[in-house]
Design a protein around this ligand. Sequence first.
Ligand code: PLP
Ligand code: LYS
Length: 419
Amino acid sequence: MDHFTMKNGILHAEDVPLPAIAEAVGTPVYVYSQATLERHARVFREGLGALDDPLIVFAVKANPNLAVLRVLQREGFGADVVSGGELRRALAAGMVPDKIIFSGVGKTRAELELGLDTGIAQFNIESREEGRELAELAHARGERARCALRINPDVDAGTHEKISTGKADNKFGVPLHRAADAFAELAALDGLALEGLAIHIGSQLADLTPLETAFEKVGRLLGDLRASGHTITRVDLGGGIGVPYRAGESYPSPADYGAMVARVTRDWGVQLAFEPGRVIAGNAGVLLTRVVRVKSGLSSPFLIVDAAMNDLARPALYGAWHDFEPVAATDQRMTANIVGPICETGDTFATDRDCPALVAGDLAVFRTAGAYGATMASSYNSRGFVAEVLVSGSDFAVVADRIDAGAIMDAERVPEWLG
Ligand SMILES: Cc1ncc(COP(=O)(O)O)c(C=O)c1O
Ligand SMILES: N[C@@H](CCCC[NH3+])C(=O)O
């Protein structure tokens, strides 16, 4: 459930009519609902109700907007970060180091140092090489870095290949068959306090079965490691639960997920950590856009909107579907190619889509844009970065300013020799 609903024929975010936001901020603009974020955070936490003291860290990559992070921090969430930038954003949003987990295959020396400086709860080590480097850095400071070893369980998550992370040929984690050796080597290093395992098999998972298979593999490894005398106090089960992108689709609920986790991990005797991203933020945001014009096409007309692939990359990148709805209710329908203004054919949101009949100037939204939306934006075609708004009740605030098309960034300069 979200808080984007039709009231008197106009789509609202909570109590704010979307035309009011378009009027005040312009379009395109991402609109997030605080009530939906809070609700999703609570439903997720309640879904894990059977577990003892789980650590829930929001996958910042899904939506790193400071205001969004702040809402989740107030809900007790920590942060799963994958770069120094995300780590700094999590801290700026008030997340405490004890609830920060640092994942990612390519953490640089500087990023490992930043994690150590911050005193984060856990580094998820993705290779022996990374573990050795972290151990050396921590040892030189007279410290032991708290960490977990990320395992690649070779499980097909059944999701889009570009967002699958747990198959043997994916770059993530240490292959299961080498995990015990890697764990033994790294656990013996002075600079590491290696007392955890981590796993994340992919994103937008429609089914719990691959997760269950992967968790069972982790459970067996946990038993083997303990039998070899290792101490394991935390297992990080990652994120990945999918969300409906089309009205009427059904996905596993946090309660279903929590029940499965409770069953599989019943005898593990560890603290569990979770890294949800999309399931918290996905349906808490829409991308509000205005129709620029309708152009006749060979078969279907082109509905040209002012949002583009630089604002919402998922359709161009993964062929992803986002429901498209009018802001002012209409019973009239049309079949259209919904496209943005960018100069490549890939700038297509939908082909031959049955959608509301709209004309130039009308407002519409792409739904389920709160995760992997603004964060994947670029300035392609010098369109600048899209604005973001957070709604709470009948209030709204701009939480990221638009960078106007054609703006010259502070970081840019022309070398002297060009005069
Ligand atoms: C390590 C890790 N944790 C958590 C997530 C969050 O995934 P999701 O947004 O699907 O919950 C991702 C992205 O897939 C990830 O790579
Ligand atoms: N960017 C992807 C999700 C990536 C998940 C990150 N591990 C998407 O929009 O679906």
